[in-house]
Design a protein around this ligand. Structure first.
Ligand code: ZN
Length: 223
């Protein structure tokens, strides 16, 4: 069973909750997928059953799974709908910072988008959210940086300074529409460099140059 951990591998005492994802929060990523830059954050969710922290991840998928590396926020407070109004209360609600992958069946997503349907079938499958332990070291003033290397090569690097919608504005916006609870996770969008995961790929996620997670991937059946 998945349990939130800190960066030393000790359990954090919150039940895993919903995973709220922000789509299209970096300009260059919008461009690489030929999407418009949204005026308001684009939100979707993954269920807690998507969360996984095993170092070896096996997909049961009949199409390639694509990676999106993202900064993840662990929520540590109950915030009822509409209660978040200012930046400092947003930062107060964050218990930890981690890194996650918003894994996506891009072929399925393209079909759903074309029909105007919700994305869950492409985004919510088991193990669609591999995630690191969470650091309680939260710098409210300076940009937070992260990188993802794939098979030893730098593939994605992001910074909160590049986000279209800042962390507080994303939290205020989603909280206008629903409550946040301890154990919920927010994925803040992916920078450019997304791509397909191949059988045997190895990935390392680092936050402010500190390695937080490494994953290796396999597919149960040939695709
Ligand atoms: Zn994403």
């Amino acid at each position: 069973m998945y349990q939130h951990l800190d960066t030393n591998g000790s359990p954090i005492d919150f039940s895993p909750g919903k995973v709220i994802c922000v789509g299209r929060n970096y300009r260059e990523h919008c461009a690489e997928l030929e999407n418009e830059v949204p005026k308001m954050p684009l939100l979707f969710m993954k269920p807690e059953s998507a969360l996984v922290q095993d170092s070896n991840i096996e997909f049961n998928s009949d199409e390639p799974v694509h990676f999106e590396a993202e900064l993840a926020l662990l929520i540590g407070q109950t915030v009822k709908q509409g209660e978040l109004t200012d930046e400092s209360s947003c930062w107060d609600a964050i218990e930890g910072l981690g890194l996650a992958l918003d894994l996506t069946k891009r072929g399925m997503q393209s079909k759903l988008k074309a029909k105007g349907h919700p994305w869950e079938l492409a985004k919510a499958f088991d193990a669609s959210c591999p995630i690191s332990g969470f650091s309680s070291n939260i710098d409210r003033e300076n940009p937070i940086q992260f990188t993802m290397t794939l098979n030893g090569e730098l593939r994605q690097s992001g910074s909160t300074a590049q986000m279209i919608h800042s962390i507080p504005s994303v939290l205020i916006y989603m909280n206008q529409h629903f409550s946040l609870k301890p154990g919920d996770v927010v994925l803040t969008g992916t920078p450019e460099g997304v791509g397909e995961i191949k059988h045997g790929d190895q990935m390392i996620l680092s936050l402010n140059e500190r390695e937080l997670a490494s994953f290796s991937f396999s597919y149960r059946q040939a695709i």
